[in-house]
Design a protein around this ligand. Structure first.
Ligand code: NAP
Length: 746
């Protein structure tokens, strides 16, 4: 709510404020500034404060007797130390007008309500306790300011006896002062504030007092660094006020102090024993939590890549590509490096980790289960493995964000743990089917429940089940389901065998082997036996071939190009893009082939070539499923016709990739025809125009490279999601030779 319209009568007639210090005088100043009251009356303990408040114009009238101050008031605010509440209420009770709204700003609520009950017996309907979460370590009438509550929270703790109309008026007053008003029960308020405000003040008082009593205290304070100053600023707060708060909120403060003492003892023991793992664990968890709160409080996204809503790319025509580059790490492998690293014995060092939101959700899940994970810092992560039996119950539900990979693979791991877990996700993940992984896990003996008729998240996994290996003939090819079952098999009694109807990505099998686990692969069948061990390793995550694909196509179509992409993952289940481009006449050379953590990688040199249209072999479709948007651009630049069939799945990706690509190509003057399971594209001259990516990162990147062969500029709408899979796409594209600009629209 904003301030009343000038000229309209104030919301309130007379307002009385008992206590004219920081809070009371700020309230009075804000009432005045926002024209919320006709008359402001005040009361303080000393005549001097009353006189000063009048002189400063903070109040119209003031009296040391609070009963005089409240006479005829429509609203009374108690703003003195909370321990005085009972005495003040007794004093003003006979003078209160009937129907008065009685509220307060005290930092504790349970004892204020108890004081009111002691005085009134039955609480008046106009009684609405409150607490502004605003203030400072200064006190007194001179410290007050009119905007103290603006952009701060005020917690109201209405009681069953409180009249909703009275609650509403108190809410309106605070909102008019620019505050955000929340409601919560009295007990909850005291518990939350004990932890977030009272405990930190206690620690600050204690630290300063302890150090000040030491003999060399002068030196200590002289050399005090910024950390000491920041941490102890609040020790300058008003002693009487805090004395009242700690005694007033005794139970909740003692509970919070008990928890804190346990935490300090754990740190002390770790330092005594030189237990660096525990220390790193506590510090990394604390750092992540603090960063998370900072984002939360700033209202920004969890991950560091903050995506402004409306990003467009504008690409100038022409250019040629040159140089040697490494594109970001593979997402599937990034996820698995954290999972297997956590379950391994020893420290797994990961480099080239893709710091996208999905893989960050996996890191958080394992941190929640007690694994110490350092980083990620510029793609480097150190995972302190806890072994197959070292995970601990997470303190709450595990939040998987938008990551289906995290949730499905974790299902397999959690099914075998001794503790219960709930996994939840964002609104989009909450719609995705989870029964496809829950069903086979149940056959192994897991107790796992999905939600609703469609079997969606949240997923509840009960712990303490003994799993048995079995042979699972998968009805639908899915790398995530296969991986979930195989991971559960690590703890199962006997052999777990999975047979897939069509080849899917085999990153889990490969990485398990890399971690020293015996995994047998026989055609479409994978077998492993429970009860082994994983040994920590170094993983240099291969560059994602799906990200490399844009540059493979770009260098192929832009005349005079010659680039080398380093350390690209060339897992045989993913190399369709290389095979298809070569079949179209592309000039791609695979160099320096090697194996990293069980995964084949290579450097790939691409030189421009005259491409020609082909009928894409259907057996290549699953091997290039994510790369088709880029391949369609290659087809548009090729001589003749390219025909894709057997690719229905493309219609249910992040967008209907066939239709969206066809729309964009048509806009750019390329003839194409959408078929039920694919597309027919006739190569030609790309024109200029504005295309829509529908928030699909791969569509946005594909049309960016199309500009290399376009006759005019190409503008692409809705490109913010590019950051999720390819954090610095535009930077790398520019270094490679593309003339691409990013436009942020508001
Ligand atoms: P303050 O600046 O120290 O002012 C306290 C005021 O109360 C002074 O005007 C004082 O009068 C008066 N007072 C003291 N005892 C009284 C009594 N028995 N009867 C009548 N008036 C009395 O304190 P504050 O920071 O404004 O805090 C006021 C209340 O707000 C407290 O309940 C506190 O818990 C709460 N609160 C404080 C903060 C904060 O950061 N400071 C934040 C949120 C809530 P004299 O000037 O004559 O001594």
């Amino acid at each position: 709510m904003s301030a009343p319209v000038p000229g309209s009568p104030p919301l309130l007639g007379k307002v009385a404020i008992i206590g004219l210090g920081l809070i009371g005088s700020s309230f009075a100043r804000a009432l005045r500034e926002k024209s919320l009251a006709q008359v402001i009356s005040g009361s303080a303990r000393s005549a001097a404060t009353c006189a000063l408040a009048r002189e400063l114009g903070v109040v119209d009238v003031a009296d040391v007797d609070p009963a005089v101050a409240v006479r005829d008031a429509d609203l009374v605010l108690l703003a003195m130390p909370v321990a005085a509440t009972e005495a003040v209420l007794r004093a003003i009770r006979p003078a209160l007008k009937s129907g008065v709204i009685l509220t307060d700003g005290g930092s504790t609520k349970g004892n204020v309500v108890a004081a009111a009950r002691a005085v009134f017996g039955t609480l008046p309907a106009g009684f609405v306790p409150g607490h502004p979460i605003a203030g400072s370590e200064q006190s007194g009438v001179l410290a007050g300011k009119a905007d103290l509550f603006a952009r701060h929270k005020v917690i109201l703790t209405p009681l069953p006896e409180s009249d909703p109309a009275a609650v509403n008026i108190v809410r309106q007053v605070w909102q008019s002062m620019g505050a955000e008003v929340l409601e919560m029960p009295v007990d909850r308020h005291d518990e939350v504030l004990a932890k977030t405000s009272h405990l930190p003040h206690l620690l600050a008082f204690s630290l300063v007092d302890t150090l000040a009593r030491e003999s060399e205290n002068l030196d200590i304070f002289r050399y005090a660094a910024g950390g000491f100053r920041d941490f102890t600023r609040i020790a300058a707060s008003d002693p009487l006020m805090w004395h009242d708060i700690f005694l007033g909120n005794r139970e909740a403060v003692l509970k919070a102090l008990g928890h804190f003492t346990e935490g300090v003892s754990e740190l002390r023991a770790a330092i005594e024993q030189g237990d660096s793992e525990t220390l790193l664990g506590i510090f990394t968890r604390a750092k992540v939590a603090r960063d998370h709160f900072t984002h939360m409080l700033a209202g920004t996204a969890y991950a560091k890549t903050m995506k402004p809503k409306n990003i467009e790319f504008a690409v100038q025509p022409g250019g040629r590509l040159a140089g040697t580059f490494r594109v970001p790490g593979d997402k599937s492998i990034s996820h698995r490096s954290i999972m297997l690293g956590s379950l391994a014995e020893g420290v797994t060092e990961v480099s080239g980790f893709l710091e996208g939101e999905d893989a960050l959700a996996t890191i958080q899940a394992f941190r929640d289960m007690g694994v110490v994970i350092e980083g990620p810092h510029q793609g480097e992560v150190r995972v302190h493995g806890v072994g197959l039996n070292g995970l601990r119950a997470a303190p709450g539900a595990i939040y998987c964000g938008n990551s289906g990979t995290s949730m499905r693979l974790l299902s397999g791991i959690l099914a075998a743990q001794p503790f219960d877990t709930v996994m939840s996700g964002d609104p989009s993940l909450s719609k995705r089917p989870m029964e496809r992984i829950a069903k086979p896990l149940r056959q192994m003996g897991a107790d796992i429940q999905t939600t609703g008729e469609r079997g969606t998240p949240p997923v509840t996994v009960k712990g303490g089940r003994a799993l048995k290996g079995f042979h699972y003939a998968m009805p639908v090819a899915s790398a995530q389901v296969k991986s979930g079952v195989l991971l559960a098999g690590l703890w199962a009694d006997g052999e777990t065998v999975v047979t897939e109807p069509a080849p899917t990505r085999d990153h889990t099998e490969r990485m398990l082997r890399g971690f020293g686990y015996d995994v047998q692969v026989n055609g479409p069948t994978v077998t492993l036996r429970g009860g082994g061990k994983l040994r920590a390793m170094k993983i240099d995550v291969p560059a994602d071939i799906s990200s490399a694909a844009f540059f493979m196509v770009a260098a192929s179509i832009a005349e005079g190009s010659d680039i080398t992409l380093e350390h690209v993952g060339i897992n045989p289940t993913r190399i369709g893009v290389i095979n298809i481009l070569r079949a179209m006449g592309g000039d791609l050379t695979v160099l320096n082939e090697r194996e990293v953590g069980g995964e084949p990688v290579a450097d790939i040199r691409i030189r421009s070539a005259r491409l020609h249209g082909i009928n894409i072999p259907e057996d290549q479709v699953p091997l290039a499923i994510d790369e088709f948007p880029a391949l369609f651009i290659a087809a548009a630049c090729a001589e003749g016709r390219t025909v894709l069939t057997g690719a229905e799945e493309l219609r249910v990706k992040e967008s209907d990739r066939i239709q969206v690509m066809a729309d964009g190509l048509t806009t750019l003057g390329i003839r194409c025809e959408v078929t039920p399971d694919g597309i027919i594209i006739d190569g030609g001259q790309l024109g200029s125009g504005r295309v829509v990516s529908h928030g699909d990162h791969r569509i946005a990147m594909s049309f960016s490279i199309a500009a290399l062969r376009a006759s005019g500029p190409i503008e692409i709408e809705d490109c913010a999601n590019v950051a999720t899979s390819f954090p610095d796409f535009t930077g790398l594209a520019r270094r490679a030779g593309l003339n691409i600009a990013v436009i942020e629209r508001v």
